[in-house]
Design a binder for this molecule. Structure first.
Ligand SMILES: Cc1cc2nc3c(=O)[nH]c(=O)nc-3n(C[C@H](O)[C@H](O)[C@H](O)COP(=O)(O)O)c2cc1C
Length: 191
């Protein structure tokens, strides 16, 4: 991919916003029946060299069912220090255990025990009975099969910045073209 300024903008914004709440994003996608649906996720990694956003989720969740039918999504990320909003659009990739990839294990190791235990309970969205749900006391040492990476390499980034007047908005779009003609196009647009 040819160079575009948005990865540097995001890296800079993250260096200026370091509270754990600054890693909460919203992911919009479609349900398996085509309805709009949105939820909060923790953005666990930003890999600037690969322009890849990496979150985690439960393979058994409704969002995964929807993403299997409609893999497109939009991630909205507000970062308060400079009042910036990034809207990332692209294909959502789900990645479970894969030979040669250590990122999933690395992110699992970083999770707090309570976060790990979330993956050992009943499937998200299933009805709870009155009987107490048995839970493991200690989390598994290695990621269970339902722990998956939810990743996006954006092909369109809508960037809005409201910390000074006039407000600024830029649209970055990746044009596939053929062969060597792939490139990012940037244009300023009205906020
Ligand atoms: C602050 C916060 C952080 C969350 N982080 C995650 C997360 O990283 N991954 C995840 O799958 N769900 C996370 N959730 C729960 C989701 O918002 C959502 O309720 C859950 O994933 C079920 O969504 P679904 O029915 O669309 O699959 C978080 C919720 C909140 C409020």
């Amino acid at each position: 991919m040819s160079i575009s300024p948005w990865p540097a903008l995001l890296s800079e914004a993250l260096s200026l916003n370091t509270d754990h709440r600054d890693r909460y994003v919203q992911l919009a996608s479609l349900s398996d029946s085509g309805e709009a649906t949105c939820r909060t996720l923790v953005m666990r990694r930003w890999l600037p060299d690969e322009t890849m956003l990496v979150a985690t989720t439960d393979l058994r969740s409704h969002k995964v069912r929807g993403l299997r039918h409609h893999p497109q999504g939009e991630i909205c990320w507000w970062l308060p220090t400079r009042n910036e909003q990034f809207r990332f659009r692209g294909t959502v990739i789900l990645q479970g255990a894969e030979p040669g990839s250590s990122l999933r294990e690395e992110i699992w190791d970083d999770l707090a025990p309570a976060g790990k235990l979330n993956f050992t309970g009943p499937a998200p969205g299933t009805a709870l009975t009155t009987a107490p749900v048995p839970r493991l006391a200690t989390p598994p040492a290695t990621p269970p099969d339902n722990f998956v990476l939810l990743m996006m390499q954006p092909l369109r980034v809508d960037y809005l910045r409201l910390d000074n007047m006039p407000h600024q908005r830029w649209l970055y779009e990746y044009h596939r073209g053929d062969g060597s003609h792939r490139s990012w196009h940037a244009r300023a647009i009205a906020p």
